[in-house]
Ligand binder design. Structure first.
Ligand code: IPM
Ligand code: MN
Length: 357
């Protein structure tokens, strides 16, 4: 019988700091999954971009970086930035540009506490911590819209104006409502319409307009300040949270730490219509202070690779990775961030050894 092997072109952008170390382990896991499951093949294109590239070319990515990425099926990113060498707003600009140009408007960031991992929240275990933040990833507070006047003088003024389009708000809310349907049918929208009376009143109105189409989803909205407090107080009340770009950024560092730490928090930057490649990356940054020492936890990168396989419609392969991570943690394998002694590489090997078990 002829078996079809699906081939996918993957751009690998390990980046800076701990990015390359954690990406190596994600690639180790992906290589073994392909040996176990011969139905697909990943063709990797390695991109040596970031601060090292900057040293030679005075830019962190080549001018045509978007054209290099465009024909890919997905992008696997490690982490970017090394502020002591290059200012963050320079290193990180291409990342935001990728998200916006490729209309990766749905940033999906699950917070799930795995058995064997302790949350910073006292008295909360895996039964209480299992929610997903859907961050609007294409507009909001991250549009490059503003300027500086009288720069460098005492009268200097900076203006940065957020942009919230009805279309943008509606599509991210629909994405969240659909996801809620597939989960526990609960959605919380982050708003701040008590103070931001233009942008977040629009968000509130769009939610009210969509509500009748999703009678099966219990949807509410909370002002983001209260939402943050409630996420700490009673995470078990949350299932799907939808938030603007900046609110989502803030909520997902909190979500990461509640879910066992940023070393475990994966993320997508999804273009749901698949008109452009989507990008998969850990929530954590490049952590230059611990780079190159084997101290970083590769699980966030490994779980991001699993989310990539889900997006490529390889759910069995994705589940294989998630189960292996679950077993690894349940068996007590821990990197220093979790209180253990395993190196980045040993943790990657521990997951790899449990694939397909
Ligand atoms: C994230 C990061 C980025 C963001 C930075 C690196 C630009 O914090 O992915 O959460 O703010 O979106
Ligand atoms: Mn962030």
């Amino acid at each position: 019988m002829l078996r079809m092997t699906k081939t996918f072109k993957i751009a690998v952008y390990p980046g800076d700091g701990i990015g390359p170390e954690v990406t190596d382990q994600a690639l180790r896991v992906l290589a073994r999954v392909q040996e176990n499951d011969r139905s697909f093949k990943l063709e990797l294109m390695h991109l040596p971009w970031g601060v090292e590239f900057f040293k030679q070319h005075a830019k962190v990515v080549p001018d045509d970086f978007l054209e290099v990425l465009r024909p890919m099926d997905a992008i696997l990113l490690g982490a970017v930035g090394w502020p002591a060498l290059v200012p963050d707003h320079v290193t990180l600009a291409p990342l935001v540009k990728i998200r916006q140009t490729f209309d990766q408007y749905a940033c999906v960031r699950p917070s799930k506490l795995y058995p064997g991992v302790k949350s910073v929240l006292a008295g909360k275990g895996p039964a209480e911590i299992d929610f997903v933040v859907i961050r609007e990833n294409s507009e909001g507070e991250y549009v490059d819209n503003g300027g500086r006047l009288k720069q460098g003088t005492p009268d200097e003024v900076a203006i940065q104006t957020a942009l919230h389009s009805r279309k943008g708000v509606e599509r991210i809310l629909r994405y969240g409502l659909e996801l809620a349907r597939a989960r526990r049918s609960k959605l919380t929208m982050a708003t701040k319409s008590n103070a931001q009376r233009h942008a977040y009143v629009l968000w509130d109105e769009v939610l009210e307009q969509l509500r009748p189409q999703y009678p099966d989803v219990a949807a509410d909205r909370q002002h983001c300040d209260a939402l943050i407090m409630n996420l700490v107080r009673c995470p078990e009340r949350f299932d799907v949270i939808v938030a603007s770009n900046l609110f989502g950024d803030l909520l997902t560092d909190l979500g990461g730490v509640i879910g066992g730490g940023l070393g475990l928090a994966p993320s997508t930057n999804t273009n749901p219509e698949r008109r452009f490649p989507s990008m998969f990356e850990p929530v954590h940054g490049s952590a230059p202070d611990i780079a190159g020492q084997g101290l970083a936890n590769p699980l966030a990168a490994i779980l991001s690779a699993a989310m990539m396989l889900d997006h490529l419609q390889l759910p069995d392969a994705a589940a294989q990775i998630r189960h292996a991570v679950e077993r690894t943690l349940a068996d007590g394998c821990q990197t220093p961030d979790l209180g253990g002694k395993l190196t980045t590489r040993q943790m990657g090997e521990a997951v790899t050894a449990r694939l397909g078990l």
